[in-house]
Write a protein that binds this ligand. Sequence first.
Ligand code: ATP
Length: 194
Amino acid sequence: MTLVVDGLAARRGGRAIFADLSFAVDAGDALIVTGPNGVGKSTLLRICAGLLPPFEGHVTRPDRVALMAEAAALDPDRTLAQALAFWSKVDGADDPDGRVEDALADVDLAQLARVPVRMLSTGQRRRAAMARVVASGAELWLLDEPANGLDAAAVARLEVLVERHVERGGSAVVATHLPLHLPATQRLVLEGGA
Ligand SMILES: Nc1ncnc2c1ncn2[C@@H]1O[C@H](COP(=O)(O)OP(=O)(O)OP(=O)(O)O)[C@@H](O)[C@H]1O
């Protein structure tokens, strides 16, 4: 098992968000998480990433995890390739520059490699965030609304990237409002919300 979530409960701002959540995602599999606004999808992904402590329960995760959340944390004053290479090195990828080059091609941004991050459009930033995940070499991808702001061609590329990652023995948890064609055998519907 790559990711094991056991008896998880979360609280935010003193309020219970979800409780008694258990699931496991194997290498070579993906889990789609859906549910209404405020139900706790982002909270779940952040706990899975180790960025938030659970209120109750345990998470077992692999050493190398990539989280794609709202903020891409790419330096606006660096070129796209430089900003991504910074993270690829931090993420411990072998051959960071080569990985970034490949990842930019994967998200169809190779032509913008030398453009400063601040000049990217909303959808291009989203694709850049996905390139960061691809270039990380992490075995577990945690993707929070990865299709937001993407055009149809970019959504199709995202689907292909997740499929390729899973086929290569990676795993993914994808929180999404938009219908995505993913090689997921599991679906988790969080209920409640605000
Ligand atoms: N830092 C925080 N402090 C207090 N409450 C928070 C904090 N962050 C999130 N919350 C609350 O926790 C709940 C779950 O938020 P979360 O972002 O996980 O939901 P979500 O399912 O991802 O929502 P959406 O579909 O709108 O992205 C919401 O009610 C939100 O208001």
